[in-house]
Design a protein around this ligand. Structure first.
Ligand code: ADP
Ligand code: ZN
Length: 218
């Protein structure tokens, strides 16, 4: 299964990716998570990317495409499939991904567009807390961890993302509408778009996706 998740920050791409992995074994690949790992490891790429990420701006296409190209060539992905989260984020990246998929003979199943009103996603992001180790996502109001600052699942420390501060959240949402919304049109034209209402709970989003994918496979 080869899927792309598109949607504004905070709409629930990470949560849906984890559910798709649990049910279908498709490997979630988050460009943002790869950048954060590069920053953590203090690589040249990480240092460069951090200047953009902390302000909620996009990392330039060239390095982003090169990084994802490398990642998608990992042999295990042919077997597991993938759920891309955060890539492609520009039409240029979508075109580059098409070339990669063609090269690797991976057939894209669907590009899933997750939709929710702006005020709702700002609320979700503003309380978001993540696990440094297993990637589990919590929320200070709607899904607090049992112990403050500790992951229920793996006991690792939790963290709040640098770019989850209010100014960066606003900038990330603005960038989404300006630069990433055209990517939705891009997949709509090729007939591979599946639109989902992500304004309810994660289970509702997941069920719509399963139903949508099933319909298409009939
Ligand atoms: P979110 O979707 O919640 O904004 P991500 O973890 O996907 O968060 O991305 C965090 C940041 O990493 C983005 O704001 C951007 O700076 C950078 N980034 C991630 N993916 C891409 C991409 N495909 N192209 C350019 N920048 C990216
Ligand atoms: Zn954890």
């Amino acid at each position: 299964m080869f899927l792309i998740l598109i949607g504004p920050p905070g709409v629930g791409k990470g949560t849906l990716g984890a559910a798709l992995e649990a049910k279908y074994g498709a490997l979630p690949i988050s460009s943002g998570a790869i950048f954060r790992a590069e920053i953590e490891a203090q690589t040249d790429l990480g240092r460069m990317a951090k200047r953009y990420i902390d302000h909620g701006e996009l990392v330039p296409n060239g390095v982003t495409i090169e990084m994802m190209n490398k990642r998608l060539r990992d042999p295990s992905i042919r077997k597991s499939g993938f759920v891309l989260d955060g890539f492609p984020r520009t039409v240029r990246q979508a075109e580059a991904l098409d070339e990669m998929l063609f090269d690797l003979s991976f057939g894209l199943d669907k590009a899933i567009s997750l939709e929710a009103p702006a005020d709702l996603i700002v609320g979700r992001l503003a309380g978001r807390i993540g696990c440094t180790r297993c990637g589990e996502i919590y929320h200070s109001v709607t899904k607090p961890p049992k112990r403050d600052g500790i992951c229920d699942r793996c006991n690792s420390p939790l963290f709040i993302r640098e770019d989850d501060k209010p100014e960066s959240i606003r900038e990330r949402i603005r960038v989404f509408w300006e630069t990433t919304a055209p990517v939705i049109d891009y997949y709509s034209k090729t007939g591979s778009l599946l639109k989902v209402d992500a304004s309810h709970d994660p289970a509702s989003t997941f069920h719509q996706v399963v139903a949508g994918l099933h319909l298409e496979s009939k």
